[in-house]
Structures are given as structure tokens and as C-alpha cells.
Ligand binder design. Structure first.
Ligand code: BTN
Length: 256
């Protein structure tokens, strides 16, 4: 039993709770591929513990049983071309930011493409996996892991709401999930209504190290630069003394 009452019209209306599973993204992908009737826009799979939680770049997503928010939601952005998938990264990053800013304030940023950072530490991760039909996105499975009550991490760069606020978190996980779903629906509807430019300007406004000279590393080594924009494919544009460089995901590292 997992009771949520989000004030949404479709996000979270269909919910499957699994006390333990491999990965909530894998659960939804399996259901999509078997044409399960559970898969409607906004359906979510939520769990207390993943035995094979996956992060970006093939990493493992670490999360103690029952301490954090772990779920995946399926959207059907059939109006998007595969090349426009970064628009979903902006939607979900902004939704997490809208939801957390009230709790954590302005040290909250989005590290490109979609890591949620508090100061220099990560508190939430997003893994978006799309199922294409031709050149369109037929389904998007969006997995979110938000560190809520965990206090010990293998990864020294991780943080949680409890560690930041110094106390057990006042809201229950289902309450937090309901609130986040409302933000996801709002931002997704903004996208569906064609407001990409305002999503982009909101996204740049909360981007970690935007317009700030700092250090990065690419395949040629370390360098100093400034993030000045994101292009239409979601690539990062970094200004250096010599040129503007354009990066795909995985081609650039931020030196913290
Ligand atoms: C990252 O590396 O930052 C992305 C982490 C995404 C973790 C979430 S937890 C729910 C969903 N299921 C997974 O296996 N991964 C995502």
C-alpha cells in the first residue's frame, strides 16, 4: 500500500508500489515492451529499495532501503523528435528545482545536464530513457532518485535533505512524492504548450556555474571557461579565451 493524493490530472494517477525491485526504470521499460495496460501517461513505479539501481554513465545508484525517494514515471511526449529529448531533461530538472527550492533555498542548482546540486554536492539524480517510434519519442521513462533521509554515502559527493537541514525530514516520502508529481505535471504541460523558450531561460537561470568562470576538463586536459549557453540539442557551450567549445554529455567534466 502506498497512498498518495497528488493534485494532478495524470501524473501519479496510476501507481505501482514494489517494496523491492531491480530498478524502477527497468520495471517500466519491461511493461512498455510487453504493452502492459498499466502504462498510461503519468503512470509511476515507486519502490523502497532497488537491487540494481542505475545511474547515468552506467553508474550504480546507491540508496539505503526505505530512506529515499525512488521512482520512475512514464510520459508519452509523441510531439517530440528524438533530437529534442533534452527538452525533457529541462522539464524534469526544473520540476525538481521548483519542488526543492521551497525546502532548501537558493544554493540549489542544476548541474548540466540534470544533476540536482546543493552547493557542491549532489542530492538527486535523473535517468531518462526514451523509447522511440521512428524519429519520435513514443515513451519516456524518467527515473528519479532523491536523497531524503540517508546520512551515510559511499560517494563523498552525495548529500541528502536530512544532512542539509540537520534533522529527520518533516514530510513523509509519499507526501514529498505527491508534491514533486505536481511540479512535474506543471512543467511538462508548459512543454506541451510550446513554451520551450521560457523553459530554457528558467533552466539557464538555475544552472550550476552558468556565466561563472570556472575549471573544466575535456579530452585535451584541464581548462578555464564559462558556460554561456545550451544549444537546441542540449549541448553545453563553454566560452574560453580562444573559442566557444560545444560539448555532448560525457565529453566534459566539471572540476569541483
Ligand atoms: C544519476 O546518475 O544521477 C541518475 C540516477 C537515477 C536514479 C534513479 S532511482 C529511480 C530510477 N531507477 C533507476 O535504476 N535509476 C533511476
Amino acid at each position: 500500500m502506498y497512498n498518495i493524493q497528488p493534485k494532478t490530472s495524470f501524473c501519479g494517477k496510476n501507481l505501482k508500489y514494489l517494496p523491492t525491485c531491480h530498478s524502477t526504470n527497468d520495471e517500466l521499460l519491461k511493461m512498455i515492451h510487453s504493452s502492459s495496460s498499466f502504462v498510461t501517461e503519468g503512470a509511476i513505479v515507486v519502490t523502497d529499495f532497488q537491487t540494481a539501481g542505475r545511474g547515468q554513465r552506467g553508474n550504480v545508484w546507491e540508496s539505503n532501503p526505505g530512506e529515499n525517494m525512488i521512482f520512475s514515471i512514464v510520459l508519452q511526449p509523441v510531439f517530440l523528435q528524438a533530437l529534442q529529448q533534452f527538452q525533457l531533461n529541462m522539464v524534469v530538472s526544473l520540476a525538481l528545482h521548483d519542488f526543492l527550492i521551497v525546502l532548501l533555498g537558493h544554493d540549489l542548482k542544476i548541474k548540466w545536464p540534470n544533476d540536482v546540486y546543493y552547493k557542491n554536492q549532489k542530492i538527486a539524480g535523473i535517468l531518462i530513457e526514451n523509447v522511440l517510434l521512428g524519429n519520435k519519442i513514443n515513451y519516456s521513462v524518467i527515473g528519479i532518485g532523491l536523497n531524503v533521509n540517508q546520512t551515510n554515502f559511499q560517494n563523498t559527493n552525495a548529500n541528502s535533505l536530512r544532512l542539509i537541514t540537520g534533522q529527520p525530514f518533516e514530510y513523509t516520502l509519499p507526501d514529498l512524492l505527491s508534491q514533486l508529481l505536481e511540479h512535474i505535471e506543471n512543467r511538462y504541460l508548459q512543454l506541451k504548450n510550446g513554451k520551450v523558450q521560457s523553459l530554457k531561460s528558467d533552466y539557464l537561470g538555475i544552472l550550476f556555474r552558468f556565466n561563472t568562470t570556472s575549471f573544466f576538463k575535456d579530452e585535451k586536459g584541464e581548462f578555464e571557461g564559462k558556460i554561456i549557453d545550451i544549444d537546441e540539442f542540449g549541448r553545453l557551450i563553454v566560452e574560453t579565451n580562444f573559442e566557444n567549445k560545444i560539448y555532448n554529455f560525457k565529453e566534459i567534466q566539471f572540476l569541483l
